[in-house]
Design a protein around this ligand. Sequence first.
Ligand code: SF4
Length: 337
Amino acid sequence: MPSTINMGIPGAASSVVSGGRSESLSKRVLLAEPRGYCAGVDRAVETVERALEKHGAPVYVRHEIVHNRHVVETLAKAGAIFVDETDEVPEGAIVVFSAHGVAPTVHQTAAERDLKVIDATCPLVTKVHNEAKRFARDDYDILLIGHEGHEEVIGTAGEAPDHVQLVDGPDAVDNVRIRDENKVIWLSQTTLSVDETMETVRRLREKFPTLQDPPSDDICYATQNRQVAVKAMAPECELVIVVGSRNSSNSVRLVEVALNAGSDAAHLVDYAEDIDPAWLDGVTTIGVTSGASVPEILVRGVLERLADYGYDTVQPVTTANETLVFALPREIRPPRS
Ligand code: SF4
């Protein structure tokens, strides 16, 4: 008999037993752990909430603070105004920069407009910015593996535009040209697929054997941990549901990882209502996870909907415990008592 724990989900029992596809006789959900909010997202969302509390509405936010529809809509209702560019913010107003980071030119524009900046860039993105600055100072060619047009990549490349070349996946390697084989390093976006990135690095190294690795992992702990958890559960699943938004890089990667790791199907949903009942036809085991920008309430909604369809056994699949917490940005940190 599986041991049973209370997950606090109406109508859903849960257990910590594991079993292969052939052993599962009843409908069940495997719930990935860790999933959902990472330390950088938690900090960014709290930053906007505290800015609204402290200064009142409106508080301007450059770009989506994190890539999640529900989070953005909730903060907008509370008085946050999301803008595409800093020059849309009235002179002298408060502006929060999103977790994805910004290029130095954005800071310059904000200073010219006398904006009061609260920078919610994730410290792990800032780490990659600092690496780009450091290797540019030493005149390296920096091969930045990432998705073209992603805000984080634009911000990181903006630190050293004359030294950074974007490498958008393994197929882009053919077009890479460098100046000096002894001064070339790769860096990456924080939210990529670990496996695909390693394939890109393998091809780069084939071409440039002296390619240097980053001083430490650029793909962040949260991205890696969520992918490991999905890899652990996907082989047992006929379907994996990833809660997350389409513009969330790490959420989209989880769908790809689930399919590559053996799930027959995988879908991204913003909300429980996005689940198409046809996906459940003939399915016994459903894996559920969520991207790093997804609040847990949305996962609970999915579990409740699945319970309505008879998937009322929830079994956690735990591959790591996360305890990392980042301090809030200085401008919004509560005074020490
Ligand atoms: S996904 Fe990683 S880099 Fe992005 S905000 Fe979260 S911890 Fe930071």
